[in-house]
Write a new protein. Sequence first.
Length: 244
Amino acid sequence: MLFAHGFGCDHTMWRHVAPQFEKDFRVVTLDYVGAGGSDKSAYDAQKYETLDGYADDVVEVARAFGIQDGVFVGHSVSAMIGALSSLRAPELFSELIMVGPSPRYTNDGDYYGGFEEDDIADLLSSLEANPMAWSEAMAPAIMGVPERPELGQELTESFCRLDPKIAVDFARATFMSDNRDDLPKIGARTLVLQCQEDIIASEKVGMYVRDRIPDATLAMLGATGHCPNLSAPDEVIASMRAFL
């Protein structure tokens, strides 16, 4: 079982969830280049211009660990990175668990992604201009549990640990991505975990993902916000176990 983190995070975001599966699975957590304990000197701006570069890394890590018919658990943008990985090497993952996925963040015709193109442009500009201020403003809203400010603070600090250049590049790759056409090609059995009041990936987006993956199930969580792996790990664990 391979756990992959979302933008601005690292493998520690799975610390409440991943250990609960160690009795039944060999558990692997990773840090993308630029996050956590990764080797930042390995960063290649051209390679990571799109999510494809991250998907290639997931395939490389999975093969290095000898994963076959494994379970990929991806939070936020990693849900689509996992989808791309499964299309590149279908033998690696027989199940995908997507936590707060979005195949496209901007609205497009009848598709509702939650953001207008100008919103994304402003978001990227403000991140590039002042990463710390951006993190302090955005992290608590993304976390979505104002009654637990310590979680918003943890996410803020996680954002601030990112190398600013890598953060902007990863944000651009994330928020400019469009993986809608990839969803019908996914052969892995898929679980979509959807939170309430998620400002990054709304219920409409979660239902869109479920409806376009051939073998997908949607589980609505009672948790609010975009990071239930931190704010409601017991719910995430229970939904994962029921699916598996």
